[in-house]
Design a binder for this molecule. Structure first.
Ligand SMILES: NC(=O)c1ccc[n+]([C@@H]2O[C@H](COP(=O)([O-])OP(=O)(O)OC[C@H]3O[C@@H](n4cnc5c(N)ncnc54)[C@H](OP(=O)(O)O)[C@@H]3O)[C@@H](O)[C@H]2O)c1
Length: 239
């Protein structure tokens, strides 16, 4: 069997570098894309991955990077400037080969079907972010929303992984997930960044996640421990 070839778009960021490491651990062949000025952040992987420098919303850069790839992992930047996130998503949707597994990262604020229920603190933060972006008009927090709208509407084999608040620290294992923010299992709203990356990389070979937008939370958090995860045959409480 040939080893999987995977493109990581946004490889130099904190999440991106964890994804590179997990993908290397699985023996995948990796092509990383990052901004020219960030290439140095990938020096630790020198000789083990191919790096293509460039803006991730540059269609030619993405076309070259995803060529021949079985999977594409895309970090959607949390705040868009000049449609950076949506441009990146569109380029990946258009240029990845037919049948490739496409996984995108975003925050809990993205909703697929409008059935997510957000805690008041979360709403307050979003309101503040929106107010701030009125002061800094080049920054557009709705661009990640637009990026995901395009992904949801596409006919590709996509998964959109919606991250909770993130923290650094050692791996605790694969996060658990649920379809809607507001589901009790997600209440703790915290995931280790290294495990968020793990979930994204594992999704490459998990066909149950195709056309899902899992909202994730750390598997050792109180809410995850109190409730059973969605999994084969189980959506009920574990205790
Ligand atoms: N932070 C959180 O608490 C949180 C919570 C839930 C979900 N998420 C999701 O997790 C993913 C990663 O977020 P993160 O916070 O962990 O940050 P991160 O991994 O450091 O990623 C930020 C990415 O954005 C790029 N970037 C930063 N500024 C940019 C700019 N001005 N123009 C273009 N690209 C720029 C970075 O590229 P360079 O390396 O070139 O700078 C990097 O690839 C995102 O999809 C985010 O929505 C984050």
């Amino acid at each position: 069997m040939h080893s999987m070839k995977v493109c990581i778009v946004g490889a130099s960021g904190k999440l991106g570098r964890y994804m590179v490491q997990h993908a290397l651990d699985r023996g995948y062949e990796i092509v990383g894309v990052c901004r020219e000025r960030s290439v140095g952040k990938l020096d630790v992987f020198k000789g083990r991955i191919t790096v293509i420098p460039g803006a991730t919303d540059d269609r030619e850069v993405i076309k070259k990077a995803v060529s021949g790839c079985d999977g594409v992992l895309t970090v959607l930047v949390p705040w868009g400037a000049h449609h950076y996130s949506s441009g990146t998503a569109q380029a990946v949707l258009d240029h990845a080969r037919l049948g490739a597994r496409l996984i995108f990262s975003c925050g809990w604020h993205i909703t697929r079907d409008g059935k997510d229920v957000y805690p008041p603190s979360f709403k307050a933060e979003e309101k503040l972010a929106r107010w701030l972006t009125r002061l800094i008009p080049v920054v557009d927090i709705d661009d990640q929303v637009e990026a995901c709208r395009r992904v949801f509407a596409s006919e590709t084999r996509w998964t959109v992984v919606r991250g909770s608040d993130l923290e650094e620290g050692e791996s605790q294992g694969l996060p658990v997930w649920s379809r809607h923010v507001g589901d009790p299992i997600l209440e703790s709203n915290m995931t280790r960044r290294i495990d968020y990356a793990l979930f994204i990389v594992e999704a490459l070979e998990n066909d149950e996640l195709i056309h899902e937008a899992p909202a994730i939370v750390g598997c050792r958090t109180p809410s995850a421990l109190a409730y059973a995860a969605i999994g084969p045959g189980s959506t009920t409480r574990s205790m």
